[in-house]
Design a protein around this ligand. Structure first.
Ligand SMILES: Nc1ncnc2c1ncn2[C@@H]1O[C@H](COP(=O)(O)OP(=O)(O)OP(=O)(O)O)[C@@H](O)[C@H]1O
Ligand SMILES: [Mg+2]
Length: 357
């Protein structure tokens, strides 16, 4: 994937920006609060339909304006296809357009503009709750396993209904009426995740050895239920528990992956800088898998790449980024922080919301 051009109008502190991106590495340099993260955020919104700042999209409208616009021309080199993706956001409405078709489905955006985001909080993947790891896993599964998304959607729908029945303390037959659908779709979701994780495991050594050394990295997949008799048996066995708790406590919506290095949980063993580099390696491994299997190179958005990394880690990570051959947008506080291997690439400067080449 290649973002050829990006047009931004009244997005946070950026009044207007019209940039032609390089096919490879694009470095974005500027002081604190100049608007670097906002540039990445605007691209992210086009590819995900939501922000990574976890705020309402309308909050991104420049405070002097009534609406914001972001547009991009995206080239899919492998298919020879070009997409125009745009969004227009007012206080009341959010509209996305894909090739002149209005769309509200995040599915369409994610498919048209696959992107990975690595920010200074990327270590959350190791440190915090399972939802971050599920999100990491499912992004890759979504792109590689076609059966995943429809099954996940149906699973979520059935789960919602079952939870509603539990919440309102409906009779048991109304609760278990959802179980067959939950089990059927849940097992497809589970199988897709397992297959995908096996690919990540295969891909990882190549990515991580250069970054964290040769200690074996072990994934322990937890499907979201206990026991070896399948999801159906686990669901039946925990019915009384669910009735008491008034929600479904087991299932693929509770899946997790434990990431261990030499039998110790990664988050307990590695330094903060290593955590960052390890998580970056996981995300880069996903990018390689997507390329190998689908011929798709996701665009990488890397915010404040130098944060928490000394020079040697920065150089190592930069080499891995170059090896991924993906188009990247990488922000730096200062030009001197750009690793040597990236120093010949295109640099944009951001100053008080103005982006210049
Ligand atoms: N809706 C908005 N309207 C105008 N300005 C906004 C809006 N939302 C956020 N800002 C401002 O935009 C500025 C730039 O934010 P951004 O996070 O992009 O900076 P940055 O260059 O990434 O900074 P840092 O290096 O500290 O991460 C901030 O000062 C923020 O207060
Ligand atoms: Mg920032």
């Amino acid at each position: 994937m290649r973002l050829e051009s990006l047009y931004v109008d009244h997005f946070r502190c950026i009044r207007r920006c019209d940039l032609q991106a390089a096919p490879g590495i694009n470095c974005i340099v500027g002081d604190n609060a100049s608007g670097k993260t906002s540039v990445l955020e605007s691209i992210y919104i086009l590819g995900r339909g939501q922000s990574f700042r976890q705020s309402q999209l309308s909050q991104a409208i420049h405070h002097d304006a009534r609406a914001l616009t972001v547009r991009a021309l995206v080239e899919n080199d492998d298919l020879g296809a070009t997409h125009r993706i745009g969004c227009h956001i007012t206080k009341r409405e959010t509209a996305f357009k894909l090739d002149n078709q209005t769309t509200t489905r995040r599915y369409d955006l994610i498919s048209a503009l696959p992107l990975q985001h690595i920010d200074p909080n990327v270590h959350r993947l190791l440190e915090e709750g399972p939802q971050h790891r599920r999100h990491f896993l499912d992004w890759g599964v979504f792109h590689v396993e076609h059966a995943f998304f429809p099954a996940w959607r149906r699973y979520r729908r059935a789960l919602k209904q079952r939870n509603r029945a539990l919440r309102y303390q409906r009779p048991k037959h109304e609760i278990v009426a959802w179980d067959a659908e939950l089990v059927e779709q849940g097992e497809i979701v589970d199988a897709c995740r397992r297959r995908y994780l096996a690919l990540v495991k295969e891909q990882l050594p190549e990515n991580t050895e250069a970054l964290i050394g040769e200690d074996a990295l072990v994934f322990e997949y937890q499907p979201g239920w206990r026991g070896n008799d399948g999801y159906g048996a686990a669901l039946a066995a925990t019915l009384d528990q669910d009735v008491k708790a008034r929600f479904t406590g087991n299932g693929p919506h509770r899946a997790d992956i434990r990431i261990n290095i030499a039998a110790t949980r990664a988050r307990d063993w590695v330094s903060r800088g290593q955590q960052k580099i390890l998580t970056a390696a996981l995300l880069l491994a996903q990018a390689h898998i997507l390329n190998d299997l689908r011929g798709l190179k996701p665009i990488l958005l890397i915010d404040d790449m130098a944060a928490e990394l000394g020079q040697s880690y920065r150089e190592t990570l930069a080499k891995e980024i170059v090896r991924s051959q993906a188009q990247c947008f990488i922000t730096f506080l200062d030009r001197s922080l750009i690793p040597r291997v990236l120093s010949d690439e295109r640099v944009f400067h951001v100053e008080q919301g103005v982006v210049s080449a």
